[in-house]
Design a protein around this ligand. Sequence first.
Ligand code: HEM
Length: 355
Amino acid sequence: MTRSTPNPWLARFAWVTAAATLGLICVGGLVTSRGAGLAVPDWPNTYGYNMFFFPISQWVGGIFYEHTHRLAAAGVGLLTAVLAVWVWLAEPRAWVRWLAGAAFGGVVLQGVLGGLRVTLIADELGVVHAALAQLFLVWVAALALFLSPGWPSLPPVPAAARSLRPLLLGTTVLVFGQLVLGALMRHQHAGLAIPDFPLAYGRLWPSMDAEAIARYNQLRLETTAVRPITAFQVGLQMAHRLVALGIVAGIVVSARRASRLLGRAHPVTRLARVWVGVVLVQFGLGAVTIWTEKSADLTTAHVGVGAVTLLLGALACVIACRDMLGLTRVWDAHAPPAGVAGSGALAARLTGPSA
Ligand code: HEM
């Protein structure tokens, strides 16, 4: 097996950063699920304190969740900064170094967006913040994959199986669209715009005229606590349900086709099979979110498993499109593509030991 990096610890560190990002997404989900997004009104300070010195005795109620989220975000920022510097110093492939640099830019942007969402009290920025968090996770995990010792020796997708690529890509894009729809519902506080499932107000497709919406608002438990729902929000929830069905179908077909065209042992097939299990859990969590009237923990699990659903699809796409994107090259512009074997010590440093 050929190594793409001289230091497997670097790959491990990148995977740890990706895992920490997933944890951070869950903590962020918990903040929204607990309605604690604005529990700390200032930023970058916390109630006037430097956030690292905010007294523990004051970590109470919603402040606990929001403050923990900020500290966890600072931790992921630090991990990403160390990762970027380490990759920049140790990695021979220029494109991987740029990906690591962009990851650092991404984490800074994400932090600023989170802060502005608080100081400007802008729900729309919450949606962008949620979507960027998912993309950042995919970015860091892909980076970890590129740094992994096994990356150069992953089996290619043969020409006869290329039809799998648009299917994987299309389904993954649909998952991302679904995450954005979910974020729109959450940040509009419209998660329970329809209180029943699998039916919607007792029908397969609910009426959305003004009279029906007025009737739903009379029925809704949330009406007293939260703003009344609109036809748009009912439509949003129906779109989320329909897209969920499309995603489940896309993932099941992807797994079956990968198995048939690539064989069960191919990494794309393995990922696709795990993907099927994860999306079914996610579908169930979506239903439970409705049935429990948005239990905070289960709704947060729905956010976390949603991120894993996107991640699995994205990694399967990256592996399936590896040769098409030219990502199999171990050499970059600074190293000669020809005569690799003859370039002695440099070649040995870049490719590492062969097994
Ligand atoms: C199977 C694919 C699905 C995926 C990938 C998915 C993903 C997500 C994500 C990521 C969020 C939160 C977005 C955020 O705040 O950042 C969300 C919200 C939500 N999802 Fe899904 N979902 C799926 C299926 C379902 C199903 C079948 C239902 C059942 C009706 C459902 C009900 C909900 C509800 C009610 C919310 C809003 C929760 C709230 O307001 O706090 N989801 N979804």
